[in-house]
Design a protein around this ligand. Structure first.
Ligand code: DAH
Length: 337
């Protein structure tokens, strides 16, 4: 029995030293440790030994079984590690696959319209001014002839920051400019404005352009002329416009300007609420109370001002029905412009 065991041990030592793959190792394991392997056979044979020899033989067989199992286990780990490495090294690289491209960006539609509007007014002699997005009550309301308790304050759902506000319109830039510059002047002020409002046609932040011209002998006719030139440039020369009397605390007289509906050409549709007209901007002659708050002599100087929402113009021009699309940053939407 001991002799046989010695022979098996020698066989195993030789075989395991020659093993060159996981497959061969598996086979070796079944030859020695499997159900019909040599260890099982020897344990069977052991039963026929005389009782006094059994413990001794059992001990040797078990030791042999242990050592075979350990060596196979060790060798398996060595092979597995080597296999992982070679599979990484030899991984096929398919040079025919298309590469990953960086998609190129595009100018945001709101910025595009803003740039277009700026260049139209630039050609009419207006220069660009900017103002802060956080304003005091004075600049956002008071100096624009919107005193406390004035109902016009309710028209704009204001975000308050302590005593200050997020500007609800770009009109306060008028005040900053007139405080710092002497007339005559022509400015436009593009920028972000904020109102606590959100639905298909409102977002809490949107963009406006404010315009202001101050000179001697300005008339409502000049305002009309400038607005018409602007609207014809943006929407096309055939676009019909109309001026409707309106009210703004900072202009008098005030008007709202409509264009003939771009969707139905004035026939009446859902977009224009069956009126055939779309409201585009507010404007008017600067109220003398505003000149007074910046110490301009309203006996000598006249002015006109206007304000418009950029997203609204972009929506009409590109036929977009939900303002929120501008701010979702979905590349499929943004790439179309
Ligand atoms: N500030 C106004 C608004 O946000 C727009 C506006 C209307 C500006 C008339 C003006 C103007 O300068 O004259 O609704």
């Amino acid at each position: 029995m001991i002799k046989k065991l010695k022979q098996h041990q020698d066989d195993f030592d030789l075989l395991i030293s020659k093993v060159s793959s996981l497959k061969e190792l598996k086979q070796l394991r079944s030859e020695f440790l499997g159900k019909k392997g040599c260890v099982s056979l020897m344990l069977n044979e052991m039963r026929s030994l005389p009782d006094d020899q059994k413990p001794q033989a059992g001990k040797h067989i078990n030791e042999f079984k242990q050592s075979v199992a350990t060596l196979i286990q060790e060798k398996t780990q060595v092979f597995e590690k080597a296999f992982d490495q070679t599979s990484v090294n030899s991984e096929e690289f398919d040079t025919t696959l298309p590469g990953r491209r960086n998609s190129s960006g595009s100018i945001h539609p709101v910025t595009q319209i803003m740039d277009e509007i700026i260049s139209i007014f630039f050609s009419l002699g207006f220069k660009v001014e900017e103002g802060p997005e956080i304003e005091s009550d004075f600049y956002n309301f008071e100096a624009l002839n919107i005193p406390k308790d004035h109902p016009a304050r309710d028209m704009q759902d204001t975000f308050y920051i302590g005593n200050d506000v997020l500007r609800t319109h770009t009109s306060p830039v008028q005040i900053h400019v007139m405080e710092n510059q002497k007339p005559p002047l022509r400015i436009i002020a593009p920028g972000k404005v904020f109102r606590c409002d959100s639905d298909v046609s409102h977002t809490p932040m949107f963009h406006q352009i404010e315009g202001l011209m101050v000179d001697e002998n300005l008339s409502f006719g000049d305002l009309k002329g400038v607005m018409n030139i602007f609207l014809h440039e943006i929407f096309g020369q055939q676009t019909k416009t109309r001026f409707r009397p309106s009210f703004f605390p900072f202009t008098c007289p005030s008007a709202e300007v409509d264009i003939e509906c771009v969707m139905c050409s004035g026939k009446g549709c859902q977009v224009c609420s069956k009126t055939g007209w779309l409201e585009i901007l507010g404007c008017g002659m600067v109220d003398p109370a505003v000149f007074k708050s910046v110490n301009y002599d309203s006996e000598r100087w006249l002015g006109f001002a206007f304000g418009l929402g950029i997203e609204r113009i972009a929506m009409l021009k590109y036929r977009i029905n939900d303002i929120r699309l501008f701010f979702e940053n979905d590349l499929r939407f943004l790439k179309q412009f």
